[in-house]
Ligand binder design. Structure first.
Ligand code: SF4
Length: 287
């Protein structure tokens, strides 16, 4: 999720239905690059980070704490533009006042609401599946706490026992556990989980999208055969928590503006001194 998507994502979550306490970013949201805090970091990673900040700056990091809204927004952002996914999200929350209403509506009505974002039927099914799975988890957690039994004894209506749909539990979990919790939902992979944790909750996850994957591969930070999913774990080990938000957003900017998939503009690239692809290509050309 790049800066544009982040902006769209913030627009989504500003419109979330439940006021939430803002999450705390793990690093500074603005200000100078904390390169000094990089004890033990690979010097090459530190130089790349520094150059990215000098070139693209430090983007604002304003997580709003709405992880469930962030998860639905991230599902809607798949395979479409930021603008269209933001529109799809806005229409969805306008037509359905709660996530429970989204879960229980006929799937074709959800698909109608999000049609502008593309792949409407698939995304509608995916969203409802996630919400149903979340319902089951929350019911199980509630039952484990004994709330269900108490409610039964009190002879309360079943509806009153239903847990509210929320992912608030993630706020108190360490990064790895929060990631694991999200990966347990159908259709949620490492990138989606990392986007939710980074952008909604301010946890130092590191989403690897197509730009981040391509650029880090060319730089030689990950191997040429490493999958995007596997790259998440490797890059988490290389990039300090307080740099991850900036580095994610700036690498996407770099991939869009200079390190294109076809014909990267290496002569204008501020990272070329540390780029494996550049030096390999140069060496081959001079033979
Ligand atoms: S030197 Fe070329 S390949 Fe390497 S990061 Fe820069 S644009 Fe991409």
């Amino acid at each position: 999720m790049g800066s544009d998507t982040k902006k769209a994502h913030n627009e989504h979550t500003m419109a979330s239905r439940q006021p939430q306490a803002a999450a705390e970013p793990a690093g500074s949201a603005t200000g100078s690059a904390p390169v000094e805090a990089s004890g033990g970091v690979d010097p090459r990673v530190a130089r790349i980070y520094q150059r990215l900040v000098e070139t693209y700056g430090e983007p604002r990091w304003e997580p709003d704490g709405d992880a469930l809204g962030g998860l639905i927004a991230t599902v809607l952002s798949q395979h479409t533009s930021d603008v269209n996914s933001a529109r799809a999200y806005a229409t969805l929350i306008e037509r359905f006042p709660t996530w429970e209403a989204v879960r229980d509506a006929p799937t074709n009505e959800i698909a109608d609401a999000i049609r502008v974002g593309g792949l409407a039927q698939i995304k509608a099914e995916r969203i409802q599946r996630i919400l149903r799975e979340l319902t089951e988890r929350l019911r199980a957690e509630q039952a484990a706490r004994g709330v269900q039994d108490k409610a039964d004894e009190a002879d309360e209506a079943d509806e009153a026992c239903e847990p509210r749909l929320t992912l608030d539990v993630l706020r108190g979990l360490p990064l790895a556990q929060a990631q694991e919790y999200l990966l347990g939902f159908s259709g949620v992979g490492p990138k989606t989980a990392a986007c939710v944790l980074l952008f909604s909750l301010g946890k130092p996850a590191f989403p690897v999208d197509t730009h981040v994957w391509r650029v880090t591969k060319r730089l030689g930070l990950i191997g040429q055969r490493v999958s995007a999913d596997a790259a998440h774990t490797i890059l988490l080990g290389l990039i300090p928590p307080e740099w991850r938000h900036t580095m994610h957003v700036d690498l996407i900017q770099h991939g869009r503006r200079i390190c294109h998939a076809q014909r990267p503009v290496c002569q204008r690239c501020p990272l070329r001194a540390d780029c494996q692809y550049y030096w390999t290509t140069l060496a081959q050309a001079s033979r």
